[in-house]
Design a protein around this ligand. Structure first.
Ligand code: ZN
Length: 229
């Protein structure tokens, strides 16, 4: 498991954890009790999880019971609550935690489809509607460009949208997408400060699950929460 903590001005702190193979499988649809056990081992509080659909929908957890929001079809969640944790499960896509310096948080699932659909922007817009503070980001491990061969037509479209920095090459010289660059560019465009980026590649590092490299169905989790003290 990887750890990232950041103190806020109000005495609270942001905690982010990203799991690896040794923490087990966080894919939705496994044995529910075992999944709950794994989650509670990472952080012992209710997890808000999503049925991720590679879109741009964001769900907001206000003071409703978490069960009304868990399992929603969406790729980002936002809350200011301190009694829950927001989670994303990934294999090669980019997990992103966002927070405002007055303590509203978001968890975002951004593969290339979500990036193109604008999921980072919808999450940032929701955060800004709840907070006037500055926004910060943590970016977790995802597939690196050296391992992410990509079709020319899709790549050209993404280059047009985000800029030439997203065009890259695999280690054997094939066209590749640098999805992390797309995330960095989008965060910068939206005025979000990138505090921490984990550039470990899910395909290269066998401690991480990869759909692209190993056709694995398991998922790692990224979870973010607000600690009161
Ligand atoms: Zn790689």
């Amino acid at each position: 498991m990887r750890f990232f903590d950041r103190a806020l001005d109000n005495g609270r702190s942001i905690r982010v954890r990203t799991t690896d193979r040794s923490d087990g499988d966080f894919a939705i649809g496994g044995v529910a009790l075992e999944l709950e056990d794994r989650r509670r081992h990472v952080i012992d509080r209710p997890w808000l999880w999503l049925h991720q659909v590679h879109g741009a929908e964001v769900v907001v957890l206000d003071d409703r019971a978490i069960d009304f929001v868990c399992g929603a079809s969406a790729d980002a969640s936002v809350t200011g609550r301190t009694d829950v944790a927001l989670s994303i499960q990934t294999a090669d896509c980019v997990p992103i935690a966002l927070w405002s310096d007055d303590g509203v948080i978001a968890a975002v699932h951004a593969g290339w489809r979500g990036l193109e659909a604008g999921v980072i922007e919808t999450a940032v817009t929701e955060l800004r509607s709840q907070s006037a503070g500055s926004l910060y980001a943590f970016v977790g491990p995802s597939i690196g460009p050296e391992c992410y061969e990509f079709g020319d037509a899709d790549l050209d479209r993404l280059v047009n949208r985000f800029g030439n920095e997203v065009r890259s090459e695999t280690t054997d010289g094939r066209p590749a997408l640098d999805v992390r660059s797309g995330v960095r560019l989008e965060l910068a465009r939206l005025g979000v400060v990138l505090e921490s980026e984990d550039i470990d590649c899910t395909a290269c590092n066998e401690q991480l699950f990869s759909h692209r490299a190993r056709a694995e169905t398991q998922r790692q989790a990224m979870v973010v929460w607000i600690e009161e003290s």
